[in-house]
Design a protein around this ligand. Structure first.
Ligand SMILES: [Zn+2]
Length: 77
C-alpha cells in the first residue's frame, strides 16, 4: 500500500489523511472541494426506453452520471 502524500490539485496543500481515507481518489482538500463543489460534476440524464420511432415514450428512467471536474490550480502569488 502506498502512503504517498497527496496534494490538493487546486491549492497544492497536502490533503489530510483522514479525508483520503474517506475519499481515496479525491484531488482536492476540503476547502477547495467546498469552493468548487467537489471532485465530480453530477448530472442527470433522462433515458428514453421506448423504441426508436415508437410514439410511445417512456420517461420513467433517469440516469445519474458523474464526471470528473476539471480542477484549475489556484494562481500562486
Ligand atoms: Zn486545496
Amino acid at each position: 500500500m502506498s502512503t504517498e502524500e497527496q496534494e490538493c490539485h487546486r491549492c497544492g496543500e497536502p490533503i489530510p489523511p483522514r479525508r483520503l481515507q474517506v475519499l481515496p481518489n479525491t484531488r482536492l482538500c476540503l476547502d477547495c472541494s467546498q469552493a468548487v463543489g467537489g471532485d465530480f460534476e453530477t448530472y442527470v440524464i433522462s433515458e428514453n426506453t421506448g423504441k426508436p420511432g415508437s410514439l410511445k415514450k417512456n420517461y420513467g428512467s433517469w440516469k445519474v452520471k458523474r464526471k470528473l471536474r476539471s480542477i484549475a490550480p489556484l494562481e500562486k502569488k
